[in-house]
Design a protein around this ligand. Sequence first.
Ligand SMILES: Cc1ncc(COP(=O)(O)O)c(C=O)c1O
Length: 366
Amino acid sequence: MTTHIPNIDNKQAGNQMDSIDLRSDTVTWPTPAMREAMANAEVGDDVYGDDPTVNRLEALAAERMGKEAALFVASGTMGNLTAVLTHCTSGDAMIAGRVAHAFVNEVGGAAALGGVHMQTVPVQPDGTLALDDIRASVNDPANVHYPLTRLVEIENTQGALGGLPLPPEYVRSVRAVCDDYGLKLHVDGARIWNAAAALGCDVKELADPADSVMFCLSKGLCAPVGSMLCGSADFIGRARRIRKRLGGGMRQAGVLAAAGIIAVEQMTGRLAEDHANACRLAEGLAGIDGIELNMDQVRTNMVFFRLADGLPFDGAALAGALRENHNVKINPPRGGKIRLVTHYWITPERVDTAVGAIRDEMTRLA
Ligand SMILES: Cc1ncc(COP(=O)(O)O)c(C=O)c1O
């Protein structure tokens, strides 16, 4: 595999390369090619359907996902919420994982803005929702006590447990359960291209069983803004109305879509580099005393580790020291785990520098 080295001579890229930022793949800046495409983008009023660049991005996203249509939205959160509000009406119920981004990290939007009740089920160590748990959570529609269950949402890759890819067979098995109960299936595919790269399958195989799929342009794919919601022409037509209701009807959005086109055309094919760098990072960290890490959980661009019990410092102190002394940015632990994420701006050399910095600080703080 050839490694893409970000153009560090480019002025626009320079600041991104000043620090080693492993907090998330959302920290990625647009590439120089994206900035150029943005500057030269053809635009129009997208609420009138007049923006040729947005139209091109939507057609491209739909085609790559194997769906009839797609909608450009401001964020992954807006894409998931738009999907929920299009599939469900107020008072309906949906099933999602207990640590799903949509449940934990999207400000309760489905409940607050859609009146949609989330029924959560445990997320298994492999990132899946157990089919029996989904079945057991579907409310009996004949019983007047219960909200009507309309939707199941799964996350691919599953983020909170480690960027775990859910294979096509599993997604098809969730579809079969949905069919048994007449439910819709939405995939939060914020990082679905990472899942496809890790599984070595066409992303269409992961999207095919779903009624709707959201994927983010602004994470490992480096675009500055935006996500795509994909589905049938009828679904996307209705979703377009919901997006407008949410305040997401954008005007000359071609400036943003231009970067999105590069994200889909040029950045999806290189994600295996980020996965290889995550393995390199995990292997380096696993060799440091006081770090506990399960290599089996390193499947895409995320590395989770714990600090051993009994150390005289905690993860927050480590994060502070790394930033202060090495300009290496990591988030403090959540639930006892520290998550590091590789992305376009993290080269193998920068992985090695980060591992060295972590080793130094672990020794110094101990
Ligand atoms: C799995 C998952 N879904 C949805 C989102 C929301 O994306 P955004 O930050 O663009 O709203 C994220 C963001 O990190 C995510 O990790």
